[in-house]
Unconditional design. Structure first.
Length: 788
């Protein structure tokens, strides 16, 4: 077993290794041999370039943005026309010429790599979308195959950036803009040769590829979304109902009908000037549904909800948009290089836009402005005259949904998905007052820097629920640790129309507790209701899942911070820590959620006895406590367990402690002074370092705090120590209201001392005891001694 504690040294990383990204390597790390250049980035990571003209590339690429790392110890020798580079972990041999199997090889602990080798052991990464996904089933014409990641059972992974675009420095607030690779025969490879030290590989990946930004805390709460034609009052009433029912919630999504769609789904008006369905792109509020947009957004905020608008930007700025005149004037003031008729008014002849097959336009009519995010002037005008005015009205963030042509019409090979992610994130970084993030699709390696992902339109089938644990955790292999799925499924197969199955929706919500983004959503179908009170027989179980998500929020947020510090995401495949166990690869429907929760999903309906089965491998090295069945399972064992619908299976390392939020918290924007501590059965010592900050500001790298919580149990004696808070942040409460949950304890403790004084109100639940303690200072140590 690979110790989970091996991640901890990486935490120092945030203090010393992450300054400003610099794509130019330290000259001491570079070895040039004729038309080849090698850069030794770490003991296990080497960049290998070949250029026919001998001109090498020092600009950042889309995946690799920092090469200025501390230079590892290595030697470089030339003998008989052969270059040999040795680090403590690998030996590179190069005999000259364009890279080929007979002139380049790298030997490392698990074997030897050479160009052209098949990555048969690659553990994969993720993919752009799961649109139409039905689970593990292979579907044609869908982007179902996962891209390769940087981890492999073979011990090596090759990242090929040869054709990826570059970041060119520009004299503007953007600082970096897209540039094409220079012409010529060029190779730009990065070899990760880490064996099975997967967490070390991830740690070094984010050193060169950039950190995984910490999103605002509220993004880890419950998102409610549905594609439906709502009025403002209907959405506000929905929010009021959520609050009246005490359902915790942080985000209210407004899908595409916030803008005029001209009946895009119903009328089928045909294509617009750019070959897209009319009404899918829009920037003008539908005043019939939202007569007072600013008032609506203000009222949502008063209810405690953040909000996002759905955006399909492919059709550019149409001539009927409210912002059209302002945008065109802004754009034309910045450049004379634009795609459209003079002044965006059609002349005597129709105009042929780039990428179109036929010219369009009627003389004297205003012309649409095509989507051209690859042009800096277009992007400047777009954010200045279209996006930021909507944000000033109260839009908190954007749900981008690019579904159209994959590559730019203006820059060859440029991924529209990736570049949208970069520009929306970067604009928030420059002009926003809070932490930047974007909710969109995966755009290729490097997309982890634009951290939240929308996985797409899956079907509401048990097979999809079965697939999602594997998909969610595997994305961590490329740092893409914040996938958001449509909980409950987005749509139905044409031959399987039916009302939402309450049991499946409940199980999906229960699984969603242990996913990065917790969002319910569905398409525009009366069959797919997402309000949980529409299912009275299952309402309590659905509510319990949402409440559990919020109760676990301090734990979840701590590991979101750890992802920023170390590159190891919240959802962790089991092979990260048990790399030599076959079961860690075979049981791919379970994963670690943080470092001590084992997560999975019940992905089949119950049988006649009202229970459903879940086969689980419990990783060796410790026992695991079943929070649903209130029993322990031996590490290394495989069990088929049975769960009723009210039982949400999740497992905790025996003897662990887990920080908890207030059991009445309603959103994660609150600065709560309540700290709960879950103590799981098991003797011995355990620790947890709680991370806290204000939840939204950009200065979380330094304006934050950590609190060490320790537990020791011997026989019937239990001690819990909360150390003084280290560090501070805006809004940090000087005091804490503490409570303990003693799982697996069935009778009241014989005695409770808090800092040596008898204290604590005791209540009992199902196989647990809850102890409420008096308020204590967060700046002082608190010691709790319990005799059971």
């Amino acid at each position: 077993m690979k110790r989970l504690a091996s991640i901890l040294p990486l935490l120092l990383f945030c203090l010393v290794a992450f300054g400003q990204n610099n794509p130019v390597a330290n000259p001491s790390a570079v070895v040039v041999c004729d038309n080849a250049r090698f850069t030794v980035l770490t003991d296990c990571l080497v960049r290998m370039e070949w250029a026919g003209d001998g001109v090498f590339e020092d600009r950042a690429s889309f995946a690799i943005v920092n090469r200025d790392l501390p230079v590892p110890k290595f030697t470089a020798t030339r003998k008989n026309g052969t270059l040999t580079i040795k680090t403590s972990k690998l030996t590179l041999t190069y005999k000259g010429g364009r890279f080929a199997p007979d002139n380049l090889s790298v030997r490392f602990g698990m074997g030897t790599w050479a160009p052209g080798m098949e990555p048969s052991g690659n553990l994969k990464g993720t993919t752009r979308t799961l649109d139409g996904c039905l689970g593990f089933e292979k579907l044609s014409n869908l982007e179902r195959d996962l891209e390769d990641g940087i981890l492999s059972r073979d011990g090596w992974a090759l990242v090929d950036e040869s054709a990826r675009h570059l970041y060119q420095k520009v004299d503007s607030p953007w600082e970096d803009w897209v540039a094409e690779r220079p012409a010529g025969d060029r190779i730009d490879w990065y070899l990760f040769a880490y064996g099975h030290d997967y967490t070390a590989a991830l740690g070094d990946f984010v050193k060169v590829a950039g950190r995984i930004p910490l999103p605002p805390k509220y993004t880890l709460g419950y998102w409610w979304s549905r594609y439906w034609i709502f009025t403002d009052e209907e959405l506000l009433n929905l929010g009021r109902e959520m609050r009246a029912r005490r359902i915790p919630m942080d985000v209210m999504i407004v899908d595409m009908d916030w803008h005029y769609t001209y009946g895009a789904m119903q009328k089928r008006l045909g294509d617009d000037a750019f070959g897209q369905g009319r009404g899918w792109t829009g920037y003008s509020w539908n005043r019939e549904l939202f007569p007072d947009p600013e008032g609506f957004l203000y009222d949502l905020h008063r209810l405690g909800f953040r909000t996002a608008l759905n955006l399909h930007p492919a059709s550019g700025i149409r001539e009927y948009e409210d912002c059209y005149g302002t945008f065109v004037a802004d754009y034309l003031s910045r450049t004379g290089d634009y795609d459209g008729p003079a002044g965006y008014v059609y002349g005597d002849e129709p105009y042929l836009y780039a990428g179109n097959k036929e010219p369009v336009g009627v003389k004297g009519h205003r012309a649409s402005v095509p989507f051209r995010m690859s042009q800096e002037a277009w992007a400047d005008a777009y954010f200045n005259s279209v996006i930021r005015p909507l944000e000033r009205q109260g839009v908190d963030f954007w749900w981008l949904d690019w579904q159209q042509w994959m590559e730019s019409k203006y820059v060859k090979g440029l991924s529209n998905t990736f570049w949208l992610n970069y520009t929306f994130f970067r604009d928030k970084e420059i002009n926003g007052t809070e932490r930047p993030f974007i909710y969109h699709r995966w755009g290729g390696l490097g997309s982890h820097r634009y951290q939240l992902g929308f996985s797409g339109d899956t079907h509401d089938e048990w097979s999809v629920l079965q697939f999602l644990p594997y998909f969610t955790a595997t994305a961590s292999n490329v740092g893409y640790g914040y996938w958001g799925h449509d909980i409950g499924g987005h749509m139905q197969k044409r031959d399987h129309r039916r009302l939402t199955e309450p049991e499946m929706y409940t199980r999906w919500l229960q699984f969603g507790v242990f996913t990065p983004i917790f969002k319910t959503h569905s398409t525009q179908s009366a069959n797919l209701e997402r309000k949980i009170w529409a299912y009275p027989d299952h309402y309590q179980y659905m509510f319990d899942a949402i409440r559990l998500r919020y109760t676990l929020s301090p734990y979840i947020y701590t590991f979101a911070r750890e992802a920023f510090d170390t590159g190891v995401s919240i959802c962790r495949p089991l092979y990260y820590f048990w790399p030599e166990s076959k079961e860690a690869y075979d049981y791919n429907e379970e994963y670690l959620f943080g470092d001590r929760i084992l997560a999975t999903a019940v992905c089949e309906p119950a049988t006649a006895d009202g229970k459903a089965s879940r086969k689980v491998w419990f990783p060796k090295g410790c026992d695991w406590y079943d929070m649903a069945l209130h029993t322990s399972h031996k590490g290394g064992s495989v069990k088929t367990l049975r769960y009723s619908i009210d039982q949400n299976p999740w497992y905790v390392k025996a003897g662990s402690i887990i920080p908890l939020a207030s059991e009445s918290i309603m959103n994660l924007q609150e600065q709560s002074d309540v700290l709960g501590i879950l103590v799981v059965p098991g003797s011995g010592k355990s620790q947890f370092t709680l991370y806290e900050d204000d939840g939204v500001s950009k200065d979380y790298a330094t304006a934050c705090s950590r609190t060490l919580i320790s537990k020791n149990r011997s026989g019937n004696k239990l001690s819990v120590v909360v150390a003084p808070r280290q560090g501070t942040y805006s809004g940090a409460s000087p005091d804490r209201e503490l409570y303990l949950v003693l799982e697996g304890v069935t009778s009241a403790p014989k005695s409770i001392l808090c800092n040596g004084v008898p204290a604590g109100e005791v209540s009992q639940g199902n196989a647990l005891v809850r102890i409420t303690l008096p308020s204590v200072s967060a700046a002082a140590e608190t010691r709790i001694e319990i005799v059971l």
